[in-house]
Design a protein around this ligand. Structure first.
Ligand SMILES: [Zn+2]
Length: 219
C-alpha cells in the first residue's frame, strides 16, 4: 500500500525552516509489542518544500493506541470505552473507581485514555461490573472512603442496589419467556400449540409473588 495523503495541516518544518499547508500522509506499519507483531497505520506530515517527514502533535491517531486496541481484542481485555462505561454505570469518578479497586489515583484515567491494563486489573474491573461485588466492597467500609463522602457512598450503594434489582427482574422475565421461544422453534402443528404451551406453563415452578411482578397490573 502506497502512502495516501489524507488531509492538509498547517505546520512548521524545522528541517528547512518553512511553514505552510503540508500533506498529512497515512501508511501501513508493523509494530512489535510483547513479542507479537501488529499491523497498524501511522500518520505523519510531509514538508512540501524539502520532502522531509515528521510527526505533529496535531495528529491524534497514535499507532500505539491501535496496537493496544488490537492487543485487547486478541487477549480478551476490556476496551477503554468499556472501562468508562462501568464507571458511568455507577456514577462514580475515575479517582473514586481507582480507590474502590485499590488502584493508584490516576490509573483509571490512564486506562480510559488508551493505556493498557494488565490481566489482574482487568479481572478486578470485570468483577466490579457485577453490582453485588461493588456493594460488598462499599459495605465493607474499606473501599473508597478516603475519596468519597458518606453521602456519595450512600448514593452509589443505592445505584448498585437499583441495578441489581433490575438485573434480577430481567433474569426472571427471561426465565418466564423461555418456554414460548422454545415453542416457536419447534413449530407445532395447528391446534397442538395450546396444549403444549399449557403443559410447559404447568411445569414452571411457582414462586410466590413472581406472577405479580411478571404481569404488571394495568394502571
Ligand atoms: Zn522542510
Amino acid at each position: 500500500m502506497k502512502p495516501n495523503c489524507v488531509r492538509k495541516l498547517r505546520e512548521y518544518c524545522s528541517n528547512c525552516d518553512h511553514s505552510g499547508e503540508f500533506d498529512v500522509v497515512i501508511r501501513p506499519t508493523t509494530i512489535k509489542f510483547r513479542g507479537e507483531s501488529y499491523h497498524v497505520t501511522e500518520e505523519f506530515v510531509v514538508c512540501s518544500h524539502c520532502k522531509s517527514e515528521f510527526d505533529s502533535f496535531k495528529i491524534k491517531t497514535d499507532p500505539l493506541v491501535q496496537v493496544f486496541r488490537k492487543y485487547r481484542e486478541k487477549h480478551g481485555l476490556l476496551h477503554s470505552e468499556e472501562i468508562r462505561a462501568i464507571r458511568e454505570l455507577y456514577g462514580i469518578t475515575q479517582k473514586e473507581l481507582a480507590a474502590i479497586l485499590g488502584f493508584g489515583p490516576i490509573t483509571i484515567s490512564r486506562y480510559e485514555n488508551g493505556s493498557l491494563q494488565d490481566k489482574a486489573h482487568d479481572t478486578l474491573l470485570r468483577l466490579i461490573q457485577d453490582p453485588r461485588n461493588l456493594l460488598q466492597l462499599l459495605k465493607s467500609g474499606r473501599a473508597g472512603e478516603k475519596v468519597m463522602s458518606k453521602k456519595k457512598q450512600t448514593e452509589v450503594i443505592a445505584k448498585a442496589q437499583q441495578l441489581l434489582s433490575e438485573k434480577r427482574q430481567k433474569a426472571m422475565a427471561q426465565k418466564w419467556c423461555a418456554p414460548s421461544k422454545a415453542l416457536k422453534r419447534e413449530q407445532p402443528a395447528p391446534g397442538a400449540a395450546l396444549a403444549v404451551r399449557s403443559k410447559k406453563w404447568a411445569e414452571q415452578p411457582m414462586t410466590p409473588g413472581v406472577a405479580m411482578n411478571a404481569v404488571p397490573l394495568a394502571a
